[in-house]
Design a binder for this molecule. Structure first.
Ligand code: HEC
Length: 246
């Protein structure tokens, strides 16, 4: 259900953008063609914009507690500002308002894609992670740095592993701060269409690939987690949730 909503939303947003791109070009170069275009696309546009709003509201309602940052409200504000600006702009044949509304729609699209009001991708990784560890003294005891000393040989490098390093504990701390918000501490929560991890049949490599690429609402962790954090969380997921009795 959720995945379907997400795909429909993305599709209608793209169609909506396309219609307004064409309309905006036409209002500048050929108002007559715009009148014809508007008449022809009136019904499809109504359907598309209704679907766009309905799916958007559904997603917003169901995602309400997944760390929506300020970007989300900026995006919502831009969309809801774009609508009246577009209505007035096209009704009065005002090119500037029409163009402004297009920019607002494009802007909200950009904000949504980058999850940042300035449309730059931030690296959320370490700051949050260490903050989360600090607020949980038990987890802060976990040694999360596997490399103790690096001894350089002539040709190859030998890496000694810190004997206090605990891969599973490290993985648990990553899981609780990064994954539990959708999957739940027990792996069963299933927020936003998240799969029940207890029923997952993925192997370590497949989970790693999923973390790198993301899938549907589960975003990519490529720029969020360091490699060691990913390895640890995958190990934790396998130990904690893998199919039992195999
Ligand atoms: C924003 C919510 C969200 C977060 C955060 C999240 N996931 Fe997911 N996860 C999902 C969704 C949604 C799916 C289902 C994707 C699909 O197949 O459509 C999923 C699927 C999975 C699966 C595959 C289950 C299967 O068998 O198909 C694994 C494993 C998994 N997540 C692990 C993790 C780990 C580990 C983390 C933390 C690093 C994490 N997830 C963080 C939403 C999330």
């Amino acid at each position: 259900m959720h995945t379907g909503m997400l795909h429909t939303h993305t599709l209608t947003v793209v169609l909506f953008l396309l219609i307004y791109l064409i309309k905006c070009v036409l209002i500048w170069i050929s108002p007559d063609t715009l009148t014809k275009f508007t008449a022809k696309t009136h019904i499809p546009e109504m359907i598309i914009s209704s679907l766009f709003l309905i799916t958007g509201l559904y997603l917003a309602y169901n995602n309400a507690n997944i760390g929506v940052g300020s970007w989300f409200w900026v995006k919502l504000g831009a969309v809801f500002l774009a609508i009246p600006v577009a209505v007035v702009g096209y009704r009065r044949n005002n090119k500037f308002l029409a163009t402004l509304s297009l920019f607002l729609i494009l802007y909200s699209y950009g904000v949504s894609k980058t999850k940042s009001p300035r449309m730059n991708k931030r690296d959320l990784s370490e700051a949050n992670f260490h903050q989360a560890l600090q607020t949980n003294p038990e987890l802060a005891q976990v040694v999360t740095e596997p490399m103790d000393t690096i001894v350089k040989g002539k040709n190859d490098t030998i890496i000694q592993v810190n004997p206090k390093y605990d891969l599973i504990a490290h993985g648990q701390s990553v899981f609780l701060t990064r994954c539990a918000l959708c999957h739940g501490e027990d792996g069963k929560m299933g927020l936003s269409g998240a799969k029940n991890l207890n029923e997952s049949r993925l192997d370590k490599n497949q989970i790693m690939e999923l973390l790198m690429n993301g899938k549907n609402t589960m975003y990519s962790f490529k720029n969020i987690l360091q490699e060691q954090e990913m390895l640890a969380v995958v190990a934790y997921v396998k130990v904690q949730f893998g199919p039992k009795g195999h």
